[in-house]
Design a protein around this ligand. Structure first.
Ligand code: URP
Ligand code: ZN
Ligand code: ZN
Length: 477
């Protein structure tokens, strides 16, 4: 690496340990405009260069949370983090890009859905964003898919459950959509749970007696692991026969991880993400007095599942850690009234993604620093068609950075957080990895752990590609 480069920079990040695609190195980063212009042992500041001291800190690529739901109407409520609070929360946790899901309301086209979600984000987002497009009524939407790819949205989503929300897709829809993904260079994301058997298990347990006895524990009791595993198996079967790229969202089970691993070994173009909550929590929380707060979909599983997911992250079959942020307040969660089927499902996550993954992954000895950045930044960017602009600290990339202290912890306290949630699944946990300084396209938006950036500065990110070619699928491990 060059000792000194005589060029002018708007900002220099000085003296940190920088995690680059080649590994962690002690280096300075020179930023000009919105992008990284140089990485070198030592860079000289000129008049007007802002210098950010990163001594004794780690400089990571900004995190991409590729699975969030901001201001989502769902289960009779609207998720409580919008693009203002959600992206502020993300920035404080070192997240510099979010990908949300644009879901068409009744009668709407895929274009309408994208327009609606653009309107939610514009003027409010602090960080950059884009959307996966949800195909909820395949017969109506199937001929609109190609147009959405051309509009800059190459990732689509189908839900195998949520009939009552009007979102559910069947095998015919998945099969046909996967063929289209193959033909258009796009990728299908799938929420994999087995709807009919789940309905049956819910119906069998939905009695006043069982609800009085088990309360929120029924959420876990009605979703045994085979509910997810069977659905993943089926989605993988359609992926295998069509060759259409598939991405399993929020995978939560050991069985699902095994299925994905076996499929990848056969060359099937399937990738999988898990979420931080499935790595650090388990379903024992449902026995708590406030256990209903933890209802999310799929629900939390067992410690053995978490252990298998960590293993999958290390071995490569799990490519991404995201959050599935879908925040509901205590008041919204109280809608359950003792009936677990009425709990708005979802939890806050953006602010704690990096702290949880860093503390329990890197400090917990489960992931190296480089693996962490792969799962939080590089893989999400590559898989979602945002690389090399996003996802790695390298010359020419957007200067999206998260500067963290390697050991300093902050106690999770909803009262001091940016999220609109008045609770946190991790309340009272001491976590390292909150972002001391976050830069988005060269601009400091978090300084000394506090948000300083202006809402509305975030930009929509058009994309042209999605998924990974076979040789890169192996490299992403
Ligand atoms: O609990 C969750 N995950 N709510 C959002 C909807 C979904 O399935 O991702
Ligand atoms: Zn889902
Ligand atoms: Zn989701």
């Amino acid at each position: 690496m060059a000792q000194t480069k005589k060029m002018s920079y708007d900002t220099i990040i000085r003296g940190g340990t920088v995690v680059t695609p080649g590994g962690a190195v002690r280096a300075d980063i020179g930023i000009r405009g919105e992008t990284i212009a140089a990485i070198a042992d030592s860079l000289e500041a000129s008049d007007g260069t802002a210098v950010v001291d990163a001594t004794d800190h780690l400089v990571l690529p900004g995190v991409l949370d590729v699975h969030v739901h901001l201001e989502l109407p769902f289960m009779g409520a609207v998720s409580a983090d919008d693009y203002r609070t959600g992206t502020r929360a993300g920035a404080r946790g070192g997240v510099t890009t979010v990908i949300d899901f644009a879901i068409p309301y009744a009668g709407e086209s895929l274009n309408d859905a994208a327009d609606n979600w653009m309107a939610k984000a514009e003027g409010k987002a602090l960080i950059d964003y884009t959307f996966h497009i949800c195909v909820t009524r395949w017969a109506e939407h199937k001929d609109q898919i190609e147009g959405m790819v051309k509009r800059g949205f190459p990732t689509f989503k189908e839900f195998m459950i949520y009939e009552s929300e009007g979102w559910q897709s069947d095998d015919r829809a998945m099969f046909d959509t996967l063929e289209k993904m193959r033909d258009y260079g796009a990728m299908l994301l799938v929420h994999a749970e087995s709807a009919r058997v789940l309905d049956e298990l819910i119906a069998r347990h939905h009695t006043p007696e069982l609800m009085a006895e088990y309360g929120a524990r029924l959420h876990a009791m009605t979703r045994p692991n085979f509910i997810e595993a069977e659905a993943i198996q089926r989605a993988v079967a359609w992926c295998e026969v069509t060759g259409g790229p598939l991405y399993i969202v929020h995978m939560s089970t050991a069985e699902g991880t095994d299925i994905v691993r076996a499929a990848q070994a056969r060359g099937v173009p399937v990738l999988a993400e898990t979420c931080a909550q499935y790595l650090v929590l388990d379903d024992s929380v449902f026995a708590r007095e406030d256990g209903h707060l933890f209802a999310c979909c799929p629900q939390l599983k067992k410690p053995e599942d978490a252990a298998r997911l960590w293993q999958g992250l290390r071995d490569g079959e799990v490519s991404v850690i995201s959050t599935d942020t879908c925040t509901f307040t205590r008041e919204q969660k109280a809608m359950w009234g003792g009936d677990w089927t009425k709990i708005p499902m979802g939890m806050p996550g953006l602010e704690t993604l990096l702290p949880l993954s860093y503390t329990h992954g890197v400090l917990g000895g489960r992931l190296s620093l480089e693996e962490l950045c792969m799962k939080l930044s590089t893989n999400p960017a590559r898989i979602m068609g945002l690389y090399p602009r996003k996802g790695a600290i390298q010359v020419g990339a957007d200067a999206d950075l998260a500067i963290i202290h390697p050991t300093r912890t902050i106690r999770v306290d909803p009262a001091t957080m940016e999220t609109n949630a008045d609770w946190s699944p991790f309340e009272g946990w001491d976590l390292a990895g909150f972002s001391r300084t976050t830069l988005s396209r060269g601009e400091v938006i978090v300084d000394d752990y506090a948000v300083v950036g202006q809402e509305g500065r975030g930009k929509w990110l058009p994309r042209t590609t999605a998924g990974l070619p076979a040789r890169e699928r192996a490299a992403a491990a």
